[in-house]
Write a protein that binds this ligand. Sequence first.
Ligand code: GTP
Ligand code: MG
Length: 195
Amino acid sequence: MKVTSAEFVISAVGPKQYPTDGLPEIALVGRSNVGKSSLINKMLNRKALARTSSRPGKTQTLNYFRINHRLYFVDFPGYGYAKVAKSVKQQWGKMIESYLTDRKELRLVVQLVDIRHAPSKDDIAMYDWCKQIGLTTVVVATKGDKIARGRWQQHLKVIREQLQLRETDSMLVFSSETGQGRDELWGTILKYINT
Ligand code: GTP
Ligand code: MG
């Protein structure tokens, strides 16, 4: 998709701050440091609209980005980062849980996993949970540039098996460095916002 406008809208800490214009929403979930904010920037052709950091735990709220006045990307706080205080984690947990369960505008969950590693317990729990509540997921294996292309399939197989990827869900390789997977991911997203 040609991105003609992309703007940061709000860092929301709860439902009262979510947009009210009814545009479809795409949620970006995954463990801390997996590359959620970097992926958003690459999808939008922006260098630093979503803040990224080599220090995990950068994103701590639900950050809304409006694209072409047509849809929102919702950047999530990363899970699985030990150094975040327990009280803060519980607070995010509740916010994320109620967003995923109740948010009518949510059309698709983009779940990021690092292509180099087998999914973590948290990755599996998040995926299972999305399936239980009937959400459609596209699994994005990030940091594709970090391993040779010839080894992608072998790594995808491990991810597919460990997550027990459902037949209705798809998976693709992405790199925020090279743009690998960008067009394919836009294709998937457009399919779900047009229905
Ligand atoms: P939190 O906000 O902490 O949950 O992290 P995040 O998932 O938003 O990760 P972020 O986009 O901030 O990226 C974390 C680190 O990984 C940064 O140093 C990025 O430059 C790096 N990174 C992200 N995507 C890629 C990628 O595709 N390839 C490479 N080589 N590095 C990447
Ligand atoms: Mg982030």
